[in-house]
Design a protein around this ligand. Structure first.
Ligand SMILES: [Zn+2]
Length: 390
């Protein structure tokens, strides 16, 4: 808490001035120092796990706390105001936590988990969205902006895919903080057509991770039927940002999905280096990058930049299925590349002339429907890929 006081003392000024012009630290300044815990007589908040946010915390009453939810670097930054903490409260009297957003506004309905129990919590949100008050259930639990899917959970996913497919998990490279960028390859290493699946460039985009899990689960159980297709799966491309509760960036204060092409960051470079070492005769055939946004959609190539083969693939895989999945309607959003935009979508398309899509899942998408749609889309992927053969 001590480390957070300096930031906290400035809050009334920031609130009066409005969030948009808040004097955030310069991009090269040290990250906002976080409180590891915040303790009152009746309850305590802790920020001591992978995925916890680096929120400055203040005790405002015996059972009341305020958190400053602030981004990891100065604006401009995507308004994905991540928060996550755990708490322990004595007795049954209510405990409240007031979230105050710096450089963002309330976007994510609070999720609560304790043991095997989980549910959404109500939040009383101010008219301008700059403040949200959450009443915590008695006892203890974790409260987070979305479900916490941390690097350890991605490792567990990789282990499950390894067990299902017989493929080995391997390390592509190392993040700034020294965390491994782990991957698995489903199918034969000499299979000529490579599908690349990327996840978690952006830490708060958990619904994309939920879809990716189900998508890869479906492929891993069919790994022996992939034929001349192999699949590289990188589920946690930004482990530092995820572990540190970032809104967007990696530990280098860079949006990784603006780094494809320049490759200034170890996480993107690790994938590029692996692609550069592909055996002769193996070539990327499709890239899908999982993210989250306000609603379900796929960013795909615009008609005038998609080759006939790419258009055949899109027609076979996604077109006409926008309302095919109960509870998971989606749209297709063709977008031509901005030269130099640095997104994985544009880099893979420009480099390999392949279909290259961003798989965006709505923040509030029904989780079961998200998983069901992802499984169905994975199951129809191979036949669709065949239509794109030259
Ligand atoms: Zn994203």
């Amino acid at each position: 808490m001590r480390a957070g006081l300096r930031i906290w003392a400035a809050l009334p000024v920031l609130a009066a001035g409005g969030c948009a012009h808040a004097p955030l630290p310069a991009p090269d300044a040290p990250a906002i120092a976080a409180a590891a815990e915040c303790r009152s007589a009746g309850a305590s908040l802790y920020f001591d796990f992978e995925g916890a946010s680096a929120s400055a915390c203040a005790v405002t009453g015996e059972r009341d706390f305020a958190l400053l939810v602030a981004p990891e670097h100065a604006a401009p930054i995507n308004p994905s105001p991540w928060y996550a903490f755990r708490y322990e409260a004595a007795g049954d009297a209510p405990v409240t936590v007031t979230l105050r957003y710096l450089g963002g506004w309330h976007r994510y309905a609070p999720k609560w988990r304790s043991g095997d129990e989980s549910r959404d919590l109500m939040a009383e949100v101010s008219d301008n969205g700059a403040k949200a008050v959450i009443a915590l259930p008695p006892g203890s639990g974790v409260v987070s902006a979305q479900e916490v899917i941390a690097p350890a959970d991605a490792r567990a996913d990789l282990a499950r895919w390894s067990a299902a497919s017989g493929a080995a998990v391997f390390t592509l490279g190392t993040s700034h903080d020294g965390r491994p960028i782990e991957a698995i390859r489903l199918g034969r290493a000499d299979a000529p057509r490579l599908v690349v699946l990327l996840g978690r460039q952006h830490p708060p985009e958990v619904t994309g991770a939920i879809a990716m899990r189900a998508f890869v689960d479906a492929l891993a159980t069919r790994a022996d039927k992939l034929g001349d297709v192999q699949v590289l799966v990188v589920p946690m491309l930004n482990p530092d940002g995820t572990a540190r509760g970032h809104w967007r960036a990696n530990r280098g204060a860079v949006d990784l999905n603006r780094d494809w092409g320049t490759f200034t960051q170890p996480e993107t470079r690790a994938v590029k280096a692996w692609l550069d070492r592909l055996p002769q005769g193996v070539r990327p055939a499709l890239m899908v990058d999982f993210h989250s946004t306000a609603r379900n959609l796929f960013y795909v190539q615009g008609k005038d930049e998609a080759s006939p083969a790419q258009q055949r693939f899109l027609a076979a895989w996604l077109e006409g299925r926008e309302n095919a999945f109960a509870g998971y309607p989606f749209t297709l959003e063709p977008r031509n590349a901005n030269p130099g935009s640095g997104t994985a979508k544009n880099w893979f398309h420009a480099t390999y002339a392949i279909p290259s899509y961003t798989y965006e899942v709505g923040d509030d998408a029904d989780r079961a429907a998200t998983r069901a749609a992802a499984r169905a889309l994975a199951e129809s992927l191979l036949p669709a890929l065949d239509t794109a053969a030259p």
